[in-house]
Design a protein around this ligand. Sequence first.
Ligand SMILES: Nc1nc2c(ncn2[C@@H]2O[C@H](COP(=O)(O)OP(=O)(O)OP(=O)(O)O)[C@@H](O)[C@H]2O)c(=O)[nH]1
Ligand SMILES: [Mg+2]
Length: 377
Amino acid sequence: MSATAAPDTQAAVLVSLDFGDPGYQEGAEELVRLVESAGVARHAAVRGRRARPDPKFYVGSGKVAEIARAAAGLNAASVIFNHELSPGQQRNLERELGRRVLDRTELILEIFAQRARTSEGKLQVELAQLEHLATRLVRGWTHLERQRGGLGKTGGPGEKQIELDRRYIARRVRVLREKLETLRRQRHVQRRARARRDVFSASLVGYTNAGKTTLFNALTRAGAYEADQLFATLDTTSRRIWLPQGGAAVLSDTVGFIRDLPHGLVAAFRATLEETVHADLLLHVVDASSAARDEQAAQVDQVLGEIGAGAIPQLLVWNKIDVAGLAPGIERDEYGTIRRVFVSARSGAGLADLRGAITEAAKPRQARTPVPEPLSL
Ligand SMILES: Nc1nc2c(ncn2[C@@H]2O[C@H](COP(=O)(O)OP(=O)(O)OP(=O)(O)O)[C@@H](O)[C@H]2O)c(=O)[nH]1
Ligand SMILES: [Mg+2]
């Protein structure tokens, strides 16, 4: 390959800096999984330790040179920071490195854009991308003209942004919000109809890759898309499941959570997550085989609080016990209340217990709470 070959969009340099945060190591490993999920085949990692970010380049100038060397070695089209960059830092880095620089939010948005299937999912991703872009649209985009749109296979707003100006974005954001609002009202009607029929509803929530979709498929035999990649699921799917003793419930599979989920994304995905907010029961799926399982569960609880789902009863489901080497079954506290259910969505171990636990959770519900009006964005 000659030195003038076009930059390789499947190669990237990953930058993670340690500021003394205890989750640093896991965060850096997760970044590798994220870029693999985004379709990056080759990467080089640049790591470092700092007291605080450098105002101009986020990293120090020695590190910038190291990144430049690594990027040249791979002929990488993009450099991905596992951090939030200010618009100025991003601009300075792109100018200095001559490559596309993405921050963590943009990487997650890129994956979401690749995954979105339903029209609602696509609208939500485009809205989040435009809103993120609007914060970067300060001045001086011309240097990006030739460099933007590397990693992406999706052709999102990234490629078109030179033509975009604030007014265009504002107009488009308004249209997207209106469309999403219409979809939300339709959902609301469906939900009200469901509530009238008095069907118990449960939502699978949990960290990305915990096994929610696999569990959903195992419980409903639905055949939804499950994969060993982050954010395999973006859209909410709902199916009826049958419970022991003849009952039924509606089960929903939802988008996965991740540490430091960008706030703009939480807002954009509110319509999808609303299914979660309105559930009678949350099945909080935890990857019991992950070393970071406790921290991941805490992150999920935090996002649930942010979207107003903190008070919904939760059933903790420890999944992947086949890998974790745990026994299937139900764990109760001293009062007989279910604390955790141990399952393997893959082998099917513990699924009968889980159905039993859902039935038990569905029983004490006597008075139904009325369905509140939809949240507005
Ligand atoms: N060994 C084992 N692997 C599992 C189990 N459940 C799920 N997996 C695997 O874990 C990976 C992620 O599963 P998904 O069901 O896609 O996870 P998810 O929580 O829906 O992930 P996102 O949609 O990305 O948020 C897949 O490779 C599954 O095959 C399990 O019980 N045991
Ligand atoms: Mg999934």
